[in-house]
Ligand binder design. Structure first.
Ligand SMILES: *Cc1c(COP(=O)(O)O)cnc(C)c1O
Length: 361
């Protein structure tokens, strides 16, 4: 057992059993006598692992047959560009819903590539909430609608996904994928950098409805075409072998734990512990997001002054509560409590919050 509670926003905490099995595979993968870092992405043993990773993820998320799971590189940030490159032809418009920093980054990339309509933005409310369905100004035959399901920096989360009719809904789920059950069939594409809830940095999961992959113009470079990646089962070029191995281990861990229903229960418990600590402080700690939109993954809050916030982060660090500093663009405190984060860590933070408040009121 480690003595540090890792609240880092990403790369983030991984389950202990995953670290153990990975350390073994670093020395000897599947009794090959070679490290997972040394084996070919086209070897029989790795191919079997890749297939199993996809089938575990498909089982856990209940992904329908008309979807394909891809293991790509370039992070969620490459998806900000790859999506419009594949799916936004000239003459069409893509709708984007702006709920925070990462939505904004996705919008900026899409604007370089095509016509973008901001269907709603909560910027004027300092991103403290998610828009309601009635606020959305959707384009009737948009190429797609893009949302950020969990706003990692601001600490807000969609609780009910927008209804986009026949227009494909695309979601950046980097920071809450696999945190609760999900109806994949509501989406055209779901994508996530693995380094928050699925594994280490270096691999990006894209779950794509197969018919959408066929819309890409032919003059797009091969490596950027979803159809090419589907045809080559994510191995058009050397795929991120070691990162995929870790995702495989995380999927096994999640399945053994009881899958997404069980995961959701645990995540709700953890979040309740921290939000209760926040709300019972009578205003010493102030949540950064309006209550109905609070994220189960990233708990963001403020203290009465920036000096106290710096002191909070520093004293917490000395008590082995690491990574609590808010993102540089918004300040404050952020406790990232992803799937792998233990309930004891949430309790340790709540206890520390009460203690810190007492000695600094
Ligand atoms: C971390 C994060 C990103 C950026 O991911 P990269 O893999 O670094 O490109 C994008 N969107 C969300 C919601 C994130 O949490």
């Amino acid at each position: 057992m480690r003595d540090v509670f890792n609240f880092n926003p990403g790369p983030a905490i991984l389950p202990e059993p995953v670290l153990e099995s990975t350390s073994k595979a670093i020395l000897n993968f599947a009794n090959t006598g070679m490290s997972i870092m040394e084996v070919s992405h086209r070897s029989k043993d790795f191919d079997a692992l890749l297939i199993e990773t996809e089938s575990l993820l498909t089982e856990i998320l209940n992904i329908p047959e008309n979807y394909k799971v891809l293991f790509l590189q370039g992070g969620a940030s490459l998806q900000f560009a790859q999506i419009p490159i594949n799916l936004l032809p000239s003459g069409k418009t893509a709708d984007y819903i702006d709920t925070g920093n990462f939505s904004k980054n996705a919008i900026k990339e899409a604007q370089k590539l095509g016509n973008v309509n901001i269907a709603a933005s909560t910027k004027d409310d300092k991103y403290t909430r998610i828009p309601e369905q009635s606020e959305l100004k959707l384009t009737p035959d948009a190429a797609y609608v893009h949302i950020t399901s969990n706003n990692t920096i601001e600490g807000s989360q969609w609780k009910t996904f927008p209804d986009t009719g026949n227009v494909p809904l695309i979601a950046d789920m980097s920071s809450d994928i696999l945190s609760k059950p999900l109806d994949v069939s509501k989406f055209g594409i779901i994508y996530a950098g693995a380094q928050k809830n699925m594994g280490p940095a270096g691999v990006t999961i894209v779950i794509i409805r197969k018919d959408l992959a066929d819309l890409c113009p032919e003059n797009v470079p091969n490596i950027l075409q979803y159809a090419v990646q589907i045809k080559n089962n994510s191995c058009y070029n050397t795929c991120p072998v070691t990162s995929i191995f870790v995702v495989h281990e995380v999927m096994k861990w999640l399945k053994d734990l009881g899958g997404l229903k069980e995961m959701e229960k645990i995540n709700e418990k953890k979040a309740a512990i921290v939000y209760d600590a926040l709300d019972s402080s009578n205003g010493f700690y102030k949540g950064a997001v309006q209550k109905p939109y609070r994220s189960l993954m990233n708990v963001t809050f403020r203290l009465p002054s920036e000096e106290l916030e710096a002191e909070f982060v520093s004293q917490a660090g000395k008590k082995n509560l690491k990574g609590l500093k808010g993102h540089r663009s918004v300040g404050g405190i952020r406790a990232s409590i992803y799937n792998a984060f233990p309930i004891e860590g949430a309790q340790a933070l709540a206890d520390f919050m009460a203690e810190f408040e007492k000695s600094h009121k």
